[in-house]
Design a protein around this ligand. Structure first.
Ligand code: FES
Length: 127
């Protein structure tokens, strides 16, 4: 479902009640794929595609300790800053993860602003 661009840059993404704690969703804002998630901290928004090889993080990404870990090669990003905590470590033996990790330089995951207003989750893109 396409959402209109608000004047102040906030985009209505989905109804709040549709996102339970511990769940993630993938949504688009224009051509950009966004991951929306709810954890103990509240609602968060990041880019949806892993910076390594573009795996969609809402599909199998593990949320733990304020980080999201990609299921493909287990690159781990800080959910507050987007900083890379570990780049493509999996699998360890053979060292396939480290080899494919060299295909692309580590780069942070974009973190976006998220809020809940009038029963809606809204996102403002940071860049
Ligand atoms: S695609 Fe995410 S770690 Fe490789």
């Amino acid at each position: 479902m396409r959402m209109p661009l608000e004047d102040d840059g906030w985009h209505r993404i989905m109804k709040s009640v549709k996102l339970k704690i511990g769940k993630k969703k993938m949504k688009n804002i224009g051509l950009r794929s966004i991951m929306i998630l709810r954890d103990e901290q509240g609602v968060r928004a990041t880019d949806a595609l892993c910076r390594h090889m573009a795996w969609p993080l809402p599909y199998g990404g593990k949320i733990k300790d304020d980080c999201v870990t990609c299921p493909l090669h287990q690159t781990r990003y800080d959910l507050n800053s987007g900083e890379v905590k570990e780049w493509s470590p999996f699998p360890l033996i053979p060292k396939y993860g480290k080899i494919v990790g060299k295909l692309r330089r580590p780069s942070p995951l974009a973190i976006h602003m998220a809020r809940e207003l009038d029963g809606w989750i809204e996102v403002k893109l940071n860049s």
